[in-house]
Design a binder for this molecule. Structure first.
Ligand SMILES: [Zn+2]
Length: 490
């Protein structure tokens, strides 16, 4: 399987430290607000990657952190604590905010068919691990204390800008643009491992440490949680592309300095979801959440399809028009599947199965090309093979795509069956459109119309036609309606 690696800038053969086993880490959400659908694009694509690794036979252990402390509003250790900001906004405690938005995040994931990772670890559970790691970095000479805070010393590394060597100067600009320059730092790129000199007097969450009462920096969280649950070798680290610098760069710096050898082989980054006006964020433009999609009448799985139709390494532009066309495509796809015999017990045509199946795996093995994997689903529907083979293939592909294809198709088929039954049970209504018709005559006509309907129901079409002729002879003209017949006496 070929997978693009941000570290090498090439599509590498995916190789793990221990054959057959994948230690996978995902940077989790900072739980101070609802996730916007731009963040969720990353989690959808990472979910597909995880499921495809399992599908390919790997034993995957996936770990995700929950950032409930230490993430400042600028990634360069400046600005306000995001959690505290959320708590102030909603007049709740930081832990109440964390609980509420963690639950909201997983509820959204559920609606998007995103599997919960094997281990979900809130940062506040791991304070002793952070302290051990920071102390280890101090002992090894990779960290220093200045004005009460503990900093990582990036000048001690042979290489710091691991993801983009050529653009080191550009990346440094991002750091310099931080609103407040931290004068305690020895180098511009140094970052905080432990804050004791908090600029937030009302900081709720703080812990005792060898360096005084304080709280951990954001980056140390992922390194320590990964080491805690996955050991010294991580195979695959995932996140949105905006995590690459400074967050992942700093994670690599401190993890490798701490363990003393290369740490994570493979880095998987998902590109941004943009709007027509630029990158989607919580602070600019319409705040797009899963709930908003539902309010506007979209099944959240339509958004999942919207993401899968595009490659994870391309920026994706969100628009309501795009969602509308995806909704139409999704409904058509479901209708086509619903038209198959979903419970067919026929034998699967193995030759056809294998040929169609390899179209799917070829697409996924080629850097998780989900757009082509979706095309493979359409190929199955168009193929000249029996329904049992088609249903078996769709069931198999959807283990990875998780678009609810068979579940939604079964619902659609059941709804169609119910509608048909309702139509069949509809009362047969006979309406006379001519005023003041003699009652005896009317009763005679209605009796004949009913007899004709019964004949039709029993597929006695000749009998039905004979009754119609008899009625014509009586001067009666019939008009068939949806739920009965109307007639006029001419
Ligand atoms: Zn992280």
């Amino acid at each position: 399987m070929k997978l693009y690696n941000t570290l090498t800038h090439t599509r590498d053969e995916f190789i793990t430290h221990e054959p057959g086993k994948v230690n996978m880490y995902t940077c989790g959400p900072t739980v101070y607000h609802f996730a916007h659908i731009g963040n969720l694009r990353s989690y959808i694509m990472e979910d597909v990657l995880e499921k495809y690794l399992r599908y390919s036979g790997y034993d995957v252990k996936r770990v995700m952190n929950i950032t409930d402390v230490g993430h400042l509003s600028s990634d360069a250790d400046t600005g306000e604590d995001k959690m505290l900001k959320g708590a102030k906004r909603e007049k709740k405690t930081v832990m109440e905010i964390a609980k509420f938005y963690t639950d909201a995040f997983f509820a959204d994931c559920d609606k998007l068919n995103i599997k919960t990772p094997d281990v979900v670890e809130p940062a506040t559970n791991c304070i002793p691990e952070f302290i051990t790691m920071v102390q280890g970095l101090l002992d090894k000479g990779y960290a220093y204390i200045a004005e009460g805070n503990v900093y990582f010393d990036t000048s001690k590394l042979e290489e710091y800008y691991v993801f983009n060597k050529q653009e080191a100067d550009d990346l440094a600009v991002g750091v310099r643009e931080g609103v407040e320059e931290d004068t305690a730092k020895r180098n511009k790129t140094d970052f905080v491992l432990w804050f004791t000199k908090s600029k937030f007097e009302d900081q709720e969450l703080k812990w005792d440490s060898p360096w005084g009462i304080g709280y951990p920096g954001w980056h140390i969280e992922c390194s320590a949680i990964s080491l805690k649950h996955l050991g010294e070798y991580c195979d695959l680290h995932c996140g949105g592309i905006d995590n690459a610098f400074p967050h992942h760069t700093n994670e690599i710096a401190q993890s490798e300095a701490y363990v003393g050898h290369p740490w994570c082989k493979h880095w998987f980054h998902v590109l941004h979801l943009n709007t027509n006006t630029g990158k989607m964020s919580k602070s600019s433009g319409e705040f797009l959440t899963v709930s908003l999609l539902e309010e506007k009448g979209y099944n959240p799985l339509v958004y999942r399809l919207f993401c899968l139709q595009s490659h994870y390494r391309k920026s994706l532009v969100f628009s309501w028009e795009g969602m509308d066309s995806t909704k139409t495509a999704y409904n058509k796809l479901i209708a086509k599947i619903a038209a198959l015999d979903l419970n067919s017990t026929d034998a699967v045509d193995t030759e056809q199965y294998d040929a169609l199946h390899s179209r799917f795996t070829d697409a996924m093995d080629n850097d998780i090309n989900t757009a082509l994997a979706i095309t493979a689903v359409y190929d199955v529907l168009k193929a000249k093979t029996n329904d049992a083979t088609k249903v078996a293939l769709i069931r198999d592909f959807d283990k990875v795509l998780s678009l609810g294809l068979l579940e939604e198709a079964a619902k659609a088929a059941a709804a169609a069956k119910a509608a048909k039954a309702a139509a069949a049970n509809m009362e047969f209504v006979i309406t006379c459109e001519t005023p003041d018709v003699d009652e005896v005559f009317k009763a005679e006509v209605e009796k004949l119309i009913q007899a004709r309907a019964d004949a039709k129901k029993n597929k006695d079409y000749a009998g039905a036609d004979a009754i119609r002729d008899q009625l014509t002879g009586m001067g009666v003209t019939l008009k068939d309606a949806k739920n009965g017949v109307s007639w006029v006496k001419g």
